[in-house]
Ligand binder design. Structure first.
Ligand SMILES: [Zn+2]
Length: 283
């Protein structure tokens, strides 16, 4: 009897620990779109641009193929970051976490209901998936807008708050701390800025997903400087390149610009998942 009780107790203690041991999965789906799966299986989708994204693998252009999503993060309102936002939120029931004005205006325009958004701002942190996964909204040096066609708004005059200049607010990046401490920095679209060093000092990201395509954002030279001198992660995944002819910079240029460094550049193709055990990619 005592042995049965001991075995049962051990199972109850060990089973959740074992379940919590799954690696963090980072699945880049092309451009800025990234799916993160936490150690306890929580799914975060950043910047949903899938059905019209030229570099998304065909199997992921069907939004149902993205699977369950618990939370959608929006870095800014440009169409190459939100074109599947509303549909994916409807399909999955996932809340949309975005800059205050962008999120509030989605509600004001009647596109989503009050309970479907988390409207926050830079400097803040939330744990909307329960304790363990913490999301910090951080600075990005870019622009933002509400794209009426993409969001299905026929009349830009539909709502006073939009007319009065609330618009899409400001662009942001995100730092996501997983349950096991593994920390990911997604830059969103940005120029390089000196306070990326502050992001490192505060959050020490293990992995950085960094835009390198140039023209609208950092190119490889600036991105390599940001990674090497300011963010100093253990690993970096280049994103936001190759989608359109104008984004013609490459990971090879990034690798060259990084030079001799301990920071590992993971040159992944859209649809290729990387697993992280602790803070290291699984080989
Ligand atoms: Zn973009």
């Amino acid at each position: 009897m005592i042995i049965r009780w001991l075995v049962l107790t051990l199972l109850l203690v060990i089973a959740p620990l074992r379940a919590a041991a799954q690696p963090v999965e980072v699945l880049w789906l092309g451009h800025s779109t990234t799916r993160l799966t936490s150690v306890s299986g929580k799914v975060i989708l950043i910047d949903p641009f899938l059905t019209r994204n030229p570099v998304t693998p065909p199997e992921y252009r069907d939004l149902n193929a993205v699977g369950d999503v618990d939370l959608i993060l929006v870095t800014h309102g440009h169409q190459d970051h939100v074109s599947d936002l509303l549909e994916l939120s409807r399909l999955t029931g996932a809340k949309i976490l975005a800059n205050y004005e962008f999120a509030r205006n989605l509600v004001a325009l009647g596109l989503v209901d009050e309970n479907s958004v988390i409207s926050m701002n830079k400097g803040g942190a939330v744990e909307p998936l329960g304790r363990g996964v913490k999301i910090h909204m951080v600075h990005a040096d870019h622009s933002s807008s509400l794209d009426y066609n993409i969001l299905g708004i026929r009349s830009p005059d539909a709502n006073a708050s939009v007319r009065q200049g609330g618009g899409a607010g400001v662009p942001v990046g995100f730092v996501i701390e997983m349950e096991n401490g593994f920390t990911i920095y997604h830059t969103g679209d940005t120029a390089v800025f000196g306070d990326m060093a502050l992001i490192r000092e505060l959050y020490a990201p293990d992995l950085a997903l960094v835009c390198i395509g140039g023209f609208f954002t950092m190119g490889p030279t600036e991105a390599a400087y940001a990674v090497r001198e300011l963010i100093k992660p253990k690993a970096v995944i280049p994103i936001h390149y190759g989608t359109f002819p104008v984004l013609n910079r490459t990971p090879a240029e990034m690798k060259d610009a990084l030079g001799d460094t301990d920071i590992e550049m993971l040159d992944v193709v859209p649809g290729q998942a990387i697993l992280f055990e602790g803070s290291s990619p699984v080989r």
